[in-house]
Design a protein around this ligand. Structure first.
Ligand code: AMP
Ligand code: ZN
Length: 462
């Protein structure tokens, strides 16, 4: 059984696909105005594991991810970087560069590419179509060339507050500061289409024989693009927890208001944040690390994926160098184990059952990782079967175990380790410690176990 915690119902529910032949998944993608930071990648690692877990059950998926390539930040920064270009050209060039970096980093994390990538600027017609539907249904209004959705009108007929509990009355009496950007009538209303400011990239929007030159609001993008690619309702919508409100709530509102379907998606799954020193990692907070940074320091980006898997997606992940260090050591050990096992085995049914249960239980990856190590250490299973089983599990975990290479341990390090072993036999603990420090200084680590000492590469000291 596959069950997921559904943010719509606030409980774990069995997942039953709408169409067995193709499970529709939509993940809110990045806004491409900067490098995606390590925190940003958690939703993508998580959505990738979700997709793989569904495929592991023998189901096909259709995975859609958007690229937000037009918004206040992309416009602002593209004009700053390419002042000599036309605004639209600058935007395309600028966002294209960061999108490219995003796919490169995703690849390093072994994240499967979406089946469909929807760039907001390529779906303007669909967004305009949806805005017209919302207007015709009586839930929208136009003011000073911009279009808004009236939450109060919508809430007369439908539920507003599917993902979070909302007290509309309280919102109304809330501060006007929330609505400072554009002239909406009510504080909780949100923009569907923004009138163009001077010298901004903008599109024509013909409505009731008038042209409203402008650009789409952020929320409308995902409603229009998910509908175009997956219809409504589709199976699962994912994103970081901060997107629950207002972004996902407003996506639902627009889809229901415009397309008239009862629901946008059957399941909404949200991952918790990555924290650094107790604070959310974010571009605004100046505490963000990026994947390519780590690579310069010779860190395998998949150590980050491993770290993400060791924490359940609905729990906060407090990022520390020690935890990344530990994840890297564990991953190196796992690679060494896989390399040491011969080919030609069969998948162990008992371990597979346990693994499937863990993954099926709301993607319990920490339990799945524990099962991996139990398997590696299981004395009753032939080594070749261990390898076959691990490679099977990796179809979900995506740690690229099939490409695992034995880490070459230089002769010099081996000699130091032998000398250390000798010192330990002679109970010369100080000397043994000194040798360990020498080994560590060169990026290797010694692990002592009942089978003797093991040298593993540790290139994370930073
Ligand atoms: P953005 O590029 O800002 O639109 O964000 C892309 C994704 O990253 C969204 O799903 C966010 O919810 C998510 N996100 C942003 N910061 C963090 C964080 N510190 N930890 C986990 N996810 C995050
Ligand atoms: Zn979205």
């Amino acid at each position: 059984m596959l069950q997921f915690y559904n943010s719509l119902t606030r409980k774990k529910e069995e997942f039953k696909p709408i169409n067995e032949n193709e499970v529709g998944l939509y993940c809110c993608g990045p806004t491409v105005y900067n490098y995606a930071h390590i925190g940003n990648f958690r939703p993508y690692v998580f959505a990738d594991v979700l997709r793989r877990a569904i495929e592991y059950r023998g189901l096909k998926t259709k995975f859609v991810m958007n690229i937000t390539d037009v918004d206040d930040k992309t416009i602002r920064d593209s004009r700053q970087k390419y002042p000599e270009l036309e605004p639209m050209e600058a935007l395309k060039k600028f966002t294209g560069e960061f999108e490219q970096f995003f796919w490169e980093d995703s690849k390093k994390l072994n994240i499967k590419k979406p089946d469909i990538i929807t760039r907001a600027t390529e779906y303007i017609a669909e967004m305009q179509e949806l805005i017209k539907k919302i207007m015709n249904a009586g839930y929208g209004y136009e003011k000073d060339g911009s279009f808004y959705l009236s939450v109060a009108k919508f809430a007369d007929d439908h539920k507003y507050g599917n993902l979070v509990d909302i007290d509309l009355k309280q919102m109304k009496s809330g501060t006007r500061a929330l609505s400072d950007e554009y002239e909406k009538e009510d504080v909780q209303d949100f923009v569907l289409w923004k009138a163009a400011k001077d010298n901004e990239p903008a599109w024509d929007f013909n409505y009731n024989e008038k042209n409203y030159h402008g650009r789409p609001g952020w929320h409308i993008e995902c409603s229009a693009m998910s509908h175009k690619c997956l219809g409504a309702p589709f199976d699962i919508h994912t994103g970081g927890i901060d997107l629950k409100f207002p972004h996902h709530e407003n996506e639902i509102t627009q889809s229901v208001a415009g397309y008239g379907s009862e629901k946008m998606a059957n399941f909404f799954l949200h991952n918790e944040h990555v924290l650094v020193d107790g604070q959310r990692m974010g571009k605004r907070f100046k505490n963000f690390y990026i994947i390519r940074d780590r690579e310069e320091k010779k860190i395998n980006p998949l150590a980050y994926s491993y770290l993400v898997l060791t924490v359940h997606y609905r729990s906060k992940l407090n990022f520390t160098w020690e935890s990344l260090n530990a994840a890297s050591s564990a991953l190196s050990s796992l690679y060494s184990a896989v390399v040491s096992f011969p080919d030609g085995g069969v998948i162990n049914a008992e371990h597979k059952k346990e693994f499937s249960e863990a993954i099926g239980d709301d993607l319990d990856t920490p339990r799945a990782i524990a099962i991996i190590w139990k398997l590696v250490k299981d004395g009753k299973i032939p080594a070749a079967d261990k390898k076959a089983t691990l490679l099977d599990f990796d179809r979900v975990l995506g740690l690229d175990l099939a490409k695992a290479k034995a880490v070459e341990i230089p002769e010099e390090i081996k000699k130091l380790a032998q000398a250390r072993e000798q010192m330990r036999k002679e109970k010369k603990w100080d000397e043994a410690d000194e040798l360990r420090q020498k080994i560590e200084a060169q990026g290797f680590e010694i692990q002592d176990s009942a089978d003797g000492q093991k040298i593993i590469k540790n290139n994370l000291k930073s």
